[in-house]
Design a protein around this ligand. Structure first.
Ligand code: NZQ
Ligand code: ZN
Length: 386
């Protein structure tokens, strides 16, 4: 096991009725800006619950943060924060609203002229404006981590940011919110969380028995609850396990002491930036090709994954490893997720070269757990995914 440090300061309020308790988490004298997306919270009752919980607080709101939070929209929210002297942010939404709020938390205290530099120059955020979240869509894990991904339509970029100052102070996880989530977003959530575990697990054996088993149990739980959540999103037991699995998949715990990959996400973000494909779907497109391309260096963990998660116990290491890749792709397909780029766009020719060019320009010369994947390798992986 590798050396590690671990600190996660986010307080989780899990369960039915927890939205009400946010009033105890936000300082009484705070001037709060509630941030939300395209309006789903106004249809499912969450908006009213938040407003009633904060009836004694000084509360303003900013709605309209789109999926894949857009820089231009966030800059309008930043103006409100400055003009209204906001002191506390509250994200009510999925990964996009939470990530957008993290950007604002950072940008609100940033003294440079162009907040985009936080992303373009990879400036870590050590201190941000305090914020909490009410999660409405289990998927990204953003509710309990310190990372965010922001999109800029103008330049077709999608870049990450983060830092110790970007953990939410608290996050409400009320599984009852799952009942109103459309099927498309439910399968996205399952796929995204599942791939988060794969990125931190499908590398090479590192003698981290416990981290491996926690990862395997998160995947097993997602596989078990997926059909139940899809059949009945108001099944509370299924929704609770779905929600907590998604949070646990990316709150930092399973990546401690082990190598991590994240190449699938790096390449996937480009597909969202270029074509607007849902984040989770880009992962399902890239993951099978990535594991096939890096078969030799990943085959031991692939075989362990085959045995422990999919119960594929017969055959050689190579046989099991190969079966694991196919089974994973089938799992995504059975959720209704297409795993080839050409199923999302007719305009895919040249995509691989474009992504390779972008990685070269950014100096991303070493992706993956061995930091040895060059832009040329990413190009080949994307071509395999056409
Ligand atoms: O905007 P509204 O109207 O609220 O509708 C949203 C949105 O259209 C809807 N929705 C959310 N909760 C709902 C609901 N509809 C009905 N009932 C509810 N309870 O779902 C749609 C998608 O929401 P979005 O927040 O975009 O989805 P998700 O949570 O999948 O977030 C995706 C974003 O997170 C980033 C992705 O790149 C993408 O930009 N990620 C963030 C990560 C992180 N911070 O750690 C890690 C991930 O790998 C990922 O990159
Ligand atoms: Zn993801």
């Amino acid at each position: 096991m590798k050396n590690f440090e671990f600190k996660n300061p986010t307080k989780i309020l899990f369960g039915k009725g927890q939205i009400e308790n946010i009033k105890n988490e936000i300082p009484e004298n705070a001037k709060v800006l509630m941030l939300y997306g395209g309006g789903s919270i106004k249809k499912n009752g969450i908006y009213e619950q938040v407003n009633s919980a904060l009836s004694d607080h000084d509360l303003l709101e900013f709605g309209g943060i789109p999926a894949n939070p857009e820089y231009a929209v966030l800059m309008k929210a930043l103006k409100v924060i400055k003009e209204e002297n906001i002191t506390y942010l509250l994200a009510v939404g999925g990964g996009s609203v939470i990530d957008g709020t993290k950007f604002l938390s950072s940008a609100a205290l940033y003294d440079g002229d162009h907040p985009w530099d936080i992303l373009a120059n990879k400036i870590p955020t050590l201190k941000g404006m305090p914020f909490g979240t009410v999660l409405t869509l289990p998927a990204t894990g953003s509710e309990m981590n310190s990372g965010a991904v922001i999109t800029r339509e103008e330049t077709k970029e999608k870049l990450g940011m983060g830092g110790a100052g970007l953990f939410p102070q608290f996050s409400v996880l009320d599984p009852q919110v799952v009942h109103s989530i459309p099927q498309r977003q439910l399968v996205n959530g399952i796929t995204d969380a599942f791939t988060h575990v794969l990125e931190q697990y499908l590398t090479y054996p590192a003698g981290a028995y416990l981290q491996d088993r926690i990862s395997e149990s998160i995947m097993q739980t997602l596989i078990e609850v997926a059909p139940k959540v899809l059949e009945d999103p108001s099944d509370y037991t299924a929704a609770s396990n779905f929600m907590w699995s998604c949070t646990m998949a990316l709150n930092g715990l399973i990546q401690k002491g082990v190598p991590t990959d994240w190449a699938v996400h790096a390449i996937g973000h480009e597909l969202t930036a270029l074509y607007g494909i849902d984040h989770a779907r880009t992962l399902a497109v890239i993951a099978p090709s990535h594991y096939e391309y890096n078969f030799e260096s990943k085959k031991e963990k692939l075989a362990q994954y085959a045995e422990r998660v999919w119960n594929i116990t017969d055959g050689t290491t190579e046989y099991k490893a190969s079966a694991a890749i196919k089974t994973t792709e089938t799992f995504f397909n059975e959720l209704g997720i297409d795993t080839k780029l050409s199923q999302y766009t007719d305009d895919y020719e040249g995509t691989a070269e474009e992504i390779s060019k972008r990685f070269k320009e950014r100096g991303w010369e070493g992706l993956g757990e061995h930091q040895n994947l060059k832009p040329e390798d990413a190009e080949k992986i994307v071509k395999m995914a056409y």
